[in-house]
Design a protein around this ligand. Structure first.
Ligand code: FAD
Length: 410
């Protein structure tokens, strides 16, 4: 079968047609668009509803009062590579047999090749009462641009009592972010001299503090240092903002029971899943995530469909760091397929999470599909807390993101 047969010139009802169509103008979408343009691919279009692009890793530092939220945001038109057509719209369905996507207001768009990078969905409604609780000054979340500054306000108004931090079932984006803010908060309370009169509780749905032992060990020492109360297997189900209580389903010894924890302040992380239009559509795998080969990032059923980032079912840590390694692999494979060859580039599952354990220290967790540490700087012991990585998160990584990744250079 030739590519002409695969991609008929005219599809009924289609207004626009593009050689490569990208869904999502986040880390993955912009990175791929930039690399395609650098490789000389013309006729690239991107569908993205938001007028603003966010560098979300900074939201942890926004919640800790280290940076202003505004430095994490840039106008979408400023980060969109030159020559890429932007449909400011939302994809509502994909028909990979017809090579089309349907949008909310631009009609159906046809493609020869599709790259899906719509990120994941924050399911705020998955916890009863959470949305109402987020209207109160005692509840916040670093998982949203508008709510991250509230974490800092809440921490600064706290005068002692119970500071509760939650973490939902995996997978979520940046699995370390729910605990990072707990450590930063504990450090802040220590500096203010109220850690001893406070109880910092981290209630997590996970069975351990971190999936990779080499990084779990230093984190356990951090927990001890702050005398934190960590509850494993605790899934947040309900928040009552009137009496300030959080209710969990807790698993222990094969039994599930209901546990209620009163809080003075609460940092909540919502459950997360693939976007609804992905879950409902044909490109999803059994858990709703986009079903791609975990090494080539090509869809398992449609050879002209690729995906990267948080929306896929690849079992790596869902991070911008993973996107940085995925984008060049995806683009190399996409160019091969466009030229009629087999995809040969290989993604090894690299993901990274700079775990801020205090205002000065970081444990830089880098690992791949094998669960083995894969340090970028092999001569540095990244499995212990390091002061020199503080600058990395605040300055080096944002610069790498804006100037390197988004421009298709790193
Ligand atoms: P996103 O960057 O989220 O982009 C998805 C884009 O798709 C969005 O612009 C969205 O508007 C668009 N979209 C959604 N639905 C549609 C639709 N229907 N049609 C068209 N477009 C759509 N990563 C790290 O590497 N290190 C960290 O320290 C780190 N810390 C984090 C801390 C927090 C608090 C958070 C929230 C995230 C953190 N991350 C971190 C994770 C990182 O931000 C994500 O993994 C990364 O942004 C994923 O890129 P993506 O392109 O898949 O999704």
């Amino acid at each position: 079968m030739t590519s002409k047969d695969l991609f008929p010139a005219h599809v009924e009802g289609v207004v626009h047609r593009h050689r490569v169509l990208i869904i999502g103008g986040g880390a993955g979408g912009i990175c791929v668009a930039a690399r395609l343009r650098r490789a000389g691919v013309h006729d690239v279009a991107l569908v993205e509803p938001s007028p603003t692009h966010y560098y979300q890793p900074l939201w942890t530092l926004v919640g800790a009062g280290v940076v202003e939220r505004e430095i994490s945001a840039r106008p979408m038109k400023k980060v969109l590579p030159r020559g890429v057509r932007w449909f400011r719209d939302r994809v509502v369905a994909i028909d990979p047999d017809a090579n089309t996507v349907s949008t909310e207001s631009s009609g159906d768009l046809a493609y020869d090749f599709l790259v899906a990078a719509p990120g994941l969905q924050l399911d705020w409604k998955g916890v009863e009462g959470l949305e109402a609780a987020l209207e109160t000054p005692w509840v916040a979340s670093n998982y949203h641009y508008d709510l991250a500054p509230r974490t800092w306000q809440m921490l600064e108004c706290f005068r002692g009592g119970t500071a509760l931090f939650t973490c939902p079932h995996m997978p979520i984006k940046c699995a370390g972010a729910p605990q990072k803010i707990a450590y930063l908060a504990a450090d802040r309370l220590r500096r203010r001299g109220i850690l001893d009169s406070s109880k910092v509780v981290f209630a997590t749905a996970t069975p351990s503090i971190f999936g990779v032992d080499e990084f779990a060990r230093p984190l356990e020492a951090v927990i001890e240092r702050y005398a934190m109360d960590v509850r494993y297997g605790h899934v947040l189900k309900r928040v009552d903002p009137v009496v300030r209580e959080a209710t969990f389903e807790a698993e222990s010894g094969g039994e599930t029971k209901t546990v209620t924890i009163p809080y003075d302040i609460l940092h909540a992380v919502p459950p997360q899943s693939a976007p609804d239009f992905v879950k409902r559509g044909p490109i999803a795998g059994p858990q709703g995530w986009i079903d791609v080969d975990k090494h080539t990032l090509q869809h398992t059923r449609w050879s002209n469909v690729f995906a990267l980032g948080d929306a896929t079912n690849t079992p790596n840590a869902k991070t911008a760091a993973a996107v940085r390694k995925q984008a060049p692999v995806l683009v190399r494979n996409l160019l091969s397929v466009m030229a009629g060859r087999e995809p040969a580039a290989f993604y090894n599952g690299y993901g990274a999470c700079p775990l801020t354990t205090s205002y000065r220290q970081i444990v830089l967790a880098e690992f791949d599909y094998s669960g083995q540490p894969t340090p970028t700087f092999p001569f540095i012991d990244t499995t212990r807390e390091r002061v020199d990585f503080g600058l990395l998160k605040r300055r080096v990584l944002p610069a790498l993101y804006w100037q390197g990744m988004l421009k298709g250079r790193a």
